[in-house]
Ligand binder design. Structure first.
Ligand code: MN
Length: 392
């Protein structure tokens, strides 16, 4: 038997207990829980086949009462003695994408981000479009290209404008978007709605998201139907899903919403989240976005997503949109930090605007935990590989 030592200040203490999917050499992917620097094999510990699967989906589909029950059991077990074969050093395991992504939607919930983008892209008009304060604006992304942290990102090719007309080639304005993603556990059939009060019955937890964005491809294609190939080449998520229960101590009131929103978007409980992010570019922190300033809450986003009766499925992922605060170094996208490429930032001595081949970006985050310290999300990392010339 073994006991897991949890050092004081560990972001993976017993008040966090995030879920992931891991494998060890010679064994298949299965569900584990992170405790300090260890991964606890849930199939081996609890003897339940739902955790022997290579994704969290079957467990997430069991619903909130079951999530609460398992969390209590895991907290008890992790505090005591565990079978040796059920505990692995986190450095000795391979992490996999933690859930099968059903649908993927990306919102645009930061007023600072939407205002900055409006000013950069449409300098002669009002930065926020007339709908922005009445509904959480979003678009449908590509679920099939959501990848786990550590997956390399090949620079996409596509169309961009030039003085002589559109040209095809590798993106020259490759960017990031630091976001938080919410994972639906409990599904609902077509013709149902999830009210803002029902958010915690449906959403299992949260991950970090990097919504890689090719700004030149996006700028040429996005009107009138929104982003498409400028985003769909890759979206990275962190390996650990932080359960909603672990975020209780991070809940705060969101900003005052004026004008008042329509009744179906009215917040019943506070679902603003006091989460601090850090964006590092080739190892240098270039931004510290704060989630607590987000205008639209995740409960409002889900209520909006389903108000037309759209079905939700286990594994649906919806992301917040770029998280930006008011300061330059609180912005979650390079297009904002560099103001469209006008104001380079220093990255280890290199004046930088957009991503170069070989660059690596890591987004991490922490939040207040129930034990008085901070809990961690781990991180989402990706490295840019050169564009690949596809056969005609
Ligand atoms: Mn985005």
């Amino acid at each position: 038997m073994t006991t897991i030592a949890v050092p004081a200040g560990s972001p993976f203490g017993l008040d966090n207990l995030p879920y992931g999917v891991f494998s060890t050499p010679g064994t298949g992917p299965r569900v584990g829980v992170r405790v300090a620097d260890s991964v606890v094999d849930l199939a081996a510990t609890l003897g339940d086949a739902v955790f022997a699967r290579p994704s969290l989906n079957a467990f997430m589909a069991q619903g909130r009462a079951r999530w609460d029950e398992v969390r209590r059991r895991v907290a008890d077990l992790a505090a005591g003695e565990l079978p040796d074969e059920a505990v692995h050093p986190v450095l000795a395991v391979t992490m996999h994408r933690p859930f099968d992504v059903a649908d993927y939607v990306d919102f645009y919930a930061s007023e600072h981000h939407a205002t900055n983008l409006g000013r950069i892209l449409r300098p002669d008009s009002e930065p926020l479009l007339p709908n922005w304060k009445h509904l959480p604006v979003g678009y449908h992304g590509r679920a099939g290209t959501v990848v786990v942290t550590g997956t390399d990102v090949v620079r996409p090719c596509g169309q961009r404008t030039s003085e002589g007309g559109p040209v095809f080639g590798p993106s020259q304005r490759l960017d990031i978007e630091a976001e938080l993603g919410f994972v639906v556990g409990t599904p609902l059939p077509l013709g149902s709605r999830v009210s803002t009060a029902e958010f915690a019955d449906h959403v299992f937890g949260a991950v970090l998201v990097n919504d890689w964005s090719a700004r030149d491809i996006q700028a040429w294609e996005y009107q009138p139907l929104g982003p498409h190939l400028g985003k769909s080449f890759a979206t990275s998520i962190s390996a650990w899903v932080v359960p909603l229960q672990a975020l209780e101590a991070a809940r705060v009131a969101g900003p005052v919403q004026e004008p008042q929103v329509l009744p179906y978007l009215a917040e019943q409980e506070d679902w603003g989240l006091d989460i601090d992010l850090a964006v590092s570019w080739n190892g240098q922190v270039v931004s510290r976005p704060v989630y607590r300033e987000m205008y639209w809450s995740p409960a409002q986003m889900l209520a909006h997503l389903t108000v037309n009766g759209a079905a939700t499925n286990t594994g649906d992922l919806y992301a917040s949109g770029t998280i930006s605060g008011p300061g330059r170094h609180e912005r979650g996208a390079l297009i904002e930090i560099t103001w469209g490429g006008r104001d380079p930032v220093d990255v280890a001595g290199r004046p930088s605007t957009f991503l170069e081949d070989g660059d690596e970006v890591t987004i991490s985050a922490t939040a207040p935990g129930a034990a008085g310290g901070r809990i961690g999300f781990g991180d989402v990392t990706g490295r840019i590989l050169p564009a690949v010339d596809l056969p005609a």
